[in-house]
Design a protein around this ligand. Structure first.
Ligand code: SAH
Length: 395
């Protein structure tokens, strides 16, 4: 095994349990390592600190598997670590028994570059680092053993793989995919498509925020922007919304949303209106049509993948929030989200405050929201926090 020697003074973040070693911290590699191989990380004095996966193509040159340098990274280690991650969920009252559940959330679960989402009998695996890619077989075997799942489907087609020098990979790696696949979430049945859906098929991180939407929606006229397959819309209907207008630019997502509504005969389809439109234009068109709402949901895609995009993203967030506020009746509620890692909560709240000001409304924050607890944030790596939400009331 090769040794990765850090530059003097570059061991601090590792000692604080941050699992990334950036190129600028690496002094040299002693010995040979191929992409994904495990290396022993040492400080400049030769003191062993951690075992990590070597990724020569990436600016994140190595990602820590274990802060115990004596630990051997092998099939048995993956079996233990995956089982522990799955077991943590089973011990949480909001997570135990969920049909749709994130089982492994990368760095925060001690498995950098590994995402595993359970949808009923299926686990969808996404590998985004050289180290994770190398241990595919061990991860699949460990997941099958820890969950007893029927099938594991790999969706390693995320753009970030390019930064690690990895090609996109997708397909069944264990068993056969039972399709169509559905999950029950907060009492609503939803179709999940691991093959063609976004991410691993669904946005599990918003589960608790969708439940809150249901609780707030009773009797309200709801507008759900960027609705994807209708998760927030169906929760709002289940919560007794008077009407729900849902907008997305994706035809296939809206077709799934319509099927989802039909999967739930307890919901009144006459209260739902689906619009295949660009949200930026639709918000203006709704205003021109004289429409008004009591609850507006804005859950856009990632406008700022990194801090470098923050300024352009800020303009986009400002625009939709401004036009969202303008559509609210007095006493109305805006549920607004950002899943951009490059836009922190402070900045996001400033943008929303500016939007309220420009819309001429007085707003107050009722809730600050984040991802559900199966998407934890490592205390040593707070930049893992990406999803933030504000529930603001006006008037
Ligand atoms: N709220 C959803 C997830 C939203 S994901 C849920 O809970 O499941 C973001 C969605 O925005 C995607 O479905 C994408 O198709 C849509 N989208 C992206 N840009 C858009 C635009 N300019 N106008 C309308 N929809 C857009």
């Amino acid at each position: 095994m090769a040794d990765l020697i850090l530059k003097p003074g570059k061991a601090r973040s590792l000692q604080r349990r941050h699992p990334w070693i950036f190129a600028g911290s690496v002094d040299r590699l002693e010995g040979r390592a191929r992409p994904g191989d495990t290396v022993l990380v040492k400080d400049a004095t030769g003191q062993p600190l951690a075992r990590a996966a070597w990724s020569p193509a990436s600016q994140i040159r190595a990602r820590v598997w274990s802060f115990d340098p004596a630990v051997v990274i092998d099939h048995a280690w993956f079996k233990r670590t995956v089982a522990a991650s799955v077991a943590r969920r089973a011990g949480h009252p909001h997570l135990a028994g969920q049909e749709g559940l994130r089982l492994i959330h990368g760095e925060a679960d001690g498995l950098p570059g590994v995402i595993a989402d359970r949808y009923g009998p299926v686990v969808v695996l996404q590998l985004t680092s050289a180290g994770a890619d190398k241990w595919r077989e061990a991860l699949v075997a460990a997941l099958v053993q820890a969950t007893g799942c029927q099938a594991v489907y790999e969706r390693s087609d995320s753009e970030v793989r390019k930064l690690e020098g990895l090609e996109p990979v997708a397909g069944c790696v264990h068993g056969e995919l039972p399709l169509p696949l559905t999950i029950l979430e907060n009492g609503v049945r939803l179709e999940v498509d691991p093959v063609a859906g976004h991410k691993t098929g669904f946005y599990l991180d918003q589960r608790d925020n969708r439940r809150l939407t249901g609780e707030l929606a009773a009797g309200r006229a709801v507008l759900n922007c960027f609705c994807y397959t209708g998760g927030f819309s169906l929760q709002a209907l289940a919560g007794g919304a008077a009407s729900v207008v849902s907008i997305d630019s994706s035809g296939p997502a809206l077709a799934t949303a319509a099927r989802n509504l039909a999967l739930n005969p307890q919901l009144d389809p006459t209260r739902a209106e689906w619009r295949e439109e660009d949200v930026f234009q639709a918000l203006r068109a709704l205003k021109a049509e004289g429409r008004r709402f009591d609850l507006v949901i804005l859950d856009p895609p990632k406008f700022a993948p990194s801090a470098a995009h923050a300024e352009r993203a800020a303009r986009a967030y400002k625009d939709i929030n401004l036009h969202g506020f303008r559509l609210l009746n007095p006493g109305g509620i805006l549920m607004t989200y950002s899943c951009s890692g490059g836009v922190g909560l402070e900045l996001f709240q400033q943008i929303v405050a500016g939007a309220a000001c420009d819309a001429g409304v007085e707003g107050r924050v009722l809730h600050r929201l984040s991802a559900a607890p199966d998407h934890p944030i490592g205390l040593g790596a707070p930049e893992g926090e990406y999803l933030k939400g504000l529930v603001c009331q006006v008037g």
